[in-house]
Ligand binder design. Sequence first.
Ligand code: SF4
Length: 191
Amino acid sequence: MELSRRDLFKATGGMGAGIALTALGFDAREVEAATKDFKLKNAREYTSICTFCSCGCGMMCYVKDGKLVNLEGDPDHIINEGALCSKGASMGAVPNSDQRVTTPLYRAPGSDKWQRIGWKEAIDKVAGKIKRTRDGNWLASEKDGGKEFTVNRTDAISFLGGAQNTNEECYLLSKMSRILGTDYVEHQARL
Ligand code: SF4
């Protein structure tokens, strides 16, 4: 079939592209599959977890030149088996947004301005606050029924996890909470 570029644009513009291509003698499914392959060519594939709610659905993410170019449900994931709700399916807007915060921000006491700081400075600040809070609120022992018991804990620190935390991260968070001496470990899904 002789088909000029203009003819093709006219045909696909007037109808749904798949229907139009079928009408022109193409197999729309093959065209769709080829288009997808082209989009994902040279993209790196990663698995990830949706950050929107506590279901923790698995995702397949395709990244090219530092940008997320495609995202879909992970068919091998035990929770969603390839499905994503509308929120999850639209998550691609988050990592690609130019409003995304990519460096730590710090607002000094009394200031009304946020300033960008480096990761090392941010980690040092957080570590210093944790240390001061722990040392200032340490409970070595507690009385119960007239007897003194060693407890070695602090009630001033708690941990809050989320659905996007992996098993490995949860394991490390639990270990860290025990090392710091807090019993308070919570999860977003229980709030
Ligand atoms: S895809 Fe939907 S249901 Fe699944 S974790 Fe994301 S927001 Fe929750």
